[in-house]
Design a protein around this ligand. Sequence first.
Ligand code: C5J
Length: 350
Amino acid sequence: MKTLFVNGTLMRGLALHPNLDGAEFLGECKTAPKYRLYSINDIHPGMYKVQAGGVAVSGELYRLSDETWQKVKAGEPRHLYCGPVELENGKTVDGILYPESKAEKYLDISKYGDWRKYMASKNKQEVFTMKHIMAEPYEFDFEPKETALVMIDMQRDFLEPGGFGEMLGNDVSRLRTSIKPAKKVLDAARKAKMPVIHTREGHADHLLDLQPNKKIRGRGDKSIGDLGPMGRILVRGEKGHDIIPELYPIEGELVVDKPGKDAFYATDLEHVLRQRGIKYLILGGVTTEVCVHTTVRAANDRGFECLVVADATGSYFPEFQRVGLEMIKAQGGIFGWVANSDAVVKGLEP
Ligand code: C5J
């Protein structure tokens, strides 16, 4: 058994640390005043230890089985490390620490000492300035501070020759036209310091999160979990499951792993968006009629205003691409708005 300090989660570990599934919540606590706290693109907090000028950081304590502890260590990005964290009561436990060199480029929020207090104060102080993107069926009005870019499933298994999409008999070049426009929008969002979230469709290596109907659908020789040219098909950690190099997430961007077509199903996406105060989503990705559509519909039902970047999406079927986009903006924008990448990039300019 291990005890782990987690800085600033919001829902007793369930929120930003899916790796903590199965951990026992022991209570809230503070560190000794020896740390600095950073906001990583306002998506999650990071902290590191200092020799002088540190503050006490609020967080939560968990008891973990050895197996969960291994999952936590394996699940954190490579540049994060687990190390000893000194608590206010003098005890030392393990915690997730951020190297000082990596934290430097992010906003120092140490004076709050608490991720939740920082987020609350931010929401109060900010001056809101609506912006517009020329879209269909009419202008998309959005508040940049409440907007996130969501890139859906830009994975090798869907976009690259040899992947699952091609094994199913599809022509991947139809999806690859979306890469350049998606990169333009990604760059514009990064420049505008807008939160960026990438999703990946896939399953744990034990496949216990794979519904039997999804496993057998298609009646192909091979299906999800079987060995393909890029590793086990749509299995997390395999080459084919990862995001294509052209659109690879940069540090601080959130990657949401989803077992379904809907990015809200069995993920913490909604919680992350709500706690960040996000109300508007700009979406690209593949495929238009499957995961983009399912996610946009789910987001719309949850009250998010969705703009789909037409040329940053793609389908293996030209008619589905056209009709998929039509359906979003039909009936006065029944699911949301549609615009081209140029209009989105223009709308994101300062
Ligand atoms: C599919 C997806 N098409 N990301 N997945 O199976 O659209």
